[in-house]
Every structure is written in structure tokens, then in C-alpha cells.
Design a protein around this ligand. Structure first.
Ligand SMILES: [Zn+2]
Length: 161
């Protein structure tokens, strides 16, 4: 080995290793189907637990009644749809209305895709973040919850009947 080569090798050996650039992966935020699936799962779990609570409170009431103890009155929240009266299952709806809401076929509430439709055929699209909120409209003004909301008129999709 010549002196020159030896010197270069020695210098390389003595010098600190070159810093390889650290590749940082770019942060990409994408719609997350796993997260949606998780929400679905939790909603189903909530419905199951609500049913379980109802079953157990019925049993407690029955036991108290058999003992001649105080009558247990359990007030359960009812569905948010006017005049429904069925017990709440998910998102404040009963099972039937929750299913209708999820299918995008419930009047008077912001649907999962941001549509709001009314029985008179008026249909709007609002921010999807408002999904699940009750809505009302009279003439030009659209209200979501207690507030006036900006909505774009769209073609109705719910088939009446
Ligand atoms: Zn209902």
C-alpha cells in the first residue's frame, strides 16, 4: 500500500462519520377508514350497553316491586325526533331513527353527509361538522340548532313515502 492511500484511509478513519441526512417522512393527513370503523364500532357498543342498562334497570324495578319497596321510576331519555317517544339508542335517536339518519333518510336533521332535507321538499347542504343537529327552515332562512346556518340549496334525495 502506498503512503498516499494509507494516509487517505487513516484520515477517513479518523474523521467523524458523515452525517447522513435524516429522512423525515412527510406528514400526510388522509381520511382514516380505520377511525370511521372504530366510531361505528363504538356506536354499536353504546347501543348494546344502553340495551343492557335498560334490561338491568327493569330487573331492579321488578325486584324492588316484588319486595314491596318503593316504586322505582326510571326516566329514560327518549328519541329526539318529535313525537317518537322511543328510548334513545345512539346519537340521541331511537334505533329506527338512528338507522334512518345513517342512511341519509331522515327529515329535519343534518345528515352524515351534510345534507338537510325537509318534508316540503326543501334540501340544503351545510357543513358536515353539523351532522346530527336538528334543523328547521322557513322561507329563506335555515336554522341548525338554535342558530341561522349557511346552506346551499340542493336537489332533494329522500324519497317521500
Ligand atoms: Zn325515534
Amino acid at each position: 500500500m502506498s503512503g498516499g492511500v494509507l494516509r487517505r484511509l487513516l484520515l477517513r478513519w479518523l474523521s467523524p462519520p458523515e452525517q447522513a441526512p435524516v429522512a423525515t417522512p412527510p406528514v400526510v393527513i388522509q381520511p382514516d377508514p380505520a377511525l370511521s370503523a372504530r366510531v361505528e364500532h363504538l356506536e354499536a357498543e353504546r347501543a348494546r350497553l344502553n340495551a343492557e342498562i335498560e334490561r338491568l334497570t327493569d330487573r331492579i324495578a321488578a325486584v324492588e316491586g316484588a319486595r314491596g319497596g318503593p316504586r322505582v321510576v326510571i326516566r329514560r331519555p327518549t328519541c329526539r325526533v318529535d313525537g317518537c317517544g322511543s328510548p334513545q339508542r345512539a346519537r340521541g335517536f331511537c334505533t329506527r331513527h338512528y338507522q334512518a339518519w345513517r342512511r341519509g333518510a331522515l327529515y329535519g336533521f343534518v345528515l352524515p353527509d351534510g345534507r338537510v332535507e325537509f318534508e316540503d321538499g326543501a334540501a340544503y347542504r351545510v357543513d358536515r361538522l353539523l351532522a346530527g343537529m336538528p334543523a328547521a327552515h322557513d322561507g329563506g332562512a335555515l336554522k341548525v340548532g338554535q342558530r341561522e346556518a349557511r346552506g346551499r340549496r340542493v336537489a332533494p334525495r329522500i324519497k317521500a313515502g
